[in-house]
Design a protein around this ligand. Structure first.
Ligand SMILES: C[S@@+](CC[C@H](N)C(=O)[O-])C[C@H]1O[C@@H](n2cnc3c(N)ncnc32)[C@H](O)[C@@H]1O
Length: 296
């Protein structure tokens, strides 16, 4: 879950250093992995989750990564950690992994496919395919929800603030199709002001995905009652990683960490909102402009 491309070390370093994200994954992996498990880490990146799986008892991890530049970096990390006999790198996607291997038993599939990539590069679809193909008993994440912030968000320099839920400017550029909160290391940011005002609720959930069939091989569609005034809508995720370990990029998430603050901010004009998602959308190298498959 990162804004930018994955083919250099920086984004991976930032992801690993995002304490909130990384510790949530570690907590869920520690609960999920059993001694002697065989594991797939789908979209392995730096290999941090593969490493954790070994740490908590897995005997073998297949680390799948389709970006060949990232895979070089991944191999380097595995060698440095002396884990070459336990973590095997596969360069490609889920379909080619299944096609090129005759592995019969996988106990757990782990994937960091939430955030930006819940809705692009068909990663979530591939993840469920892997779970389905190997009939895994355990998976991380367990279920994933796309949610909508319950109020309309205003524009920067809109002095009237009539449809703004808080007392500060909020968005740095206009117009934009997809935007992020940025520079959120500072308590004064409106990001933190939102944090105190509105919490995540189940009624914010637009789509809850808990198995491949939820995706239904086609468009996901949902109609939501409109706000009647123009502004921006914030989309965020709320995920159960494993056994009551939750992870979200809702503004009320802990402020530690650096990158998993990003939410989708989509312009809204008027009328009811029809949200459509294409779970099969895939465009390599589009990590810098995620969620291209969300249409309002
Ligand atoms: C969000 S990063 C997570 C990296 C690492 N697992 C972590 O938690 O730090 C997602 C990774 O998945 C890779 N990826 C994206 N789409 C993929 C696909 N369809 N098949 C395999 N890898 C993919 C990206 O190149 C990136 O390295």
């Amino acid at each position: 879950m990162f804004r930018g491309n994955y083919d250099n070390i920086t984004p991976h370093r930032i992801m690993v250093n995002d304490w909130y994200r990384t510790s949530k994954y570690e907590e869920s992996i520690s609960k999920c992995i059993k001694e002697g498990d065989t594991v797939i880490d789908y979209g392995a990146g730096s290999g941090i989750l593969s490493y954790m799986a070994i740490k908590y008892g897995a005997k073998k991890v297949y680390a799948i990564e389709r970006n060949y530049k990232t895979a070089r970096f991944l191999r380097h990390n595995i060698k440095k950690a002396n884990l070459e006999d336990k973590i095997e790198v596969f360069v490609g996607d889920a379909a080619s992994f299944i096609y090129k291997n005759d592995i019969v038993k996988i106990d757990v599939v782990i994937s960091e496919c939430i955030g930006d990539h819940l809705f692009e590069n068909k990663m979530i679809y591939d993840f469920y395919n892997l779970c389905d193909h190997y009939r895994v008993g355990r998976q991380i994440p367990d279920n994933m929800s796309l949610c909508m912030f319950p109020h309309l968000i205003g524009l920067k320099n809109n002095t009237r603030h009539e449809f703004v839920d808080f007392d500060s400017d909020i968005i740095s550029e206009f117009p934009i199709d997809v935007a992020y909160f940025e520079n959120n290391s500072d308590e004064k940011e409106f990001y933190y002001k939102l944090n105190h005002k509105i919490r995540h609720h189940d009624e914010n959930v637009l789509f809850k995905l808990s198995w491949k069939y939820d995706l239904n091989d086609g468009l996901l569609e949902k109609k939501v009652k409109g706000f009647g005034r123009k502004g921006f809508i914030m989309l965020y995720f709320y995920v159960e990683l494993f056994d009551k370990v939750f992870f979200t990029n809702h503004p009320s998430r802990p402020k530690t960490g650096t990158h998993s603050y990003f939410q989708r901010i989509v312009p809204y004009y008027e009328g009811d909102i029809n949200i459509k998602i294409n779970p099969l959308y895939d465009q390599r190298g589009n990590e810098g402009s995620p969620c291209q498959n969300i249409v309002l």
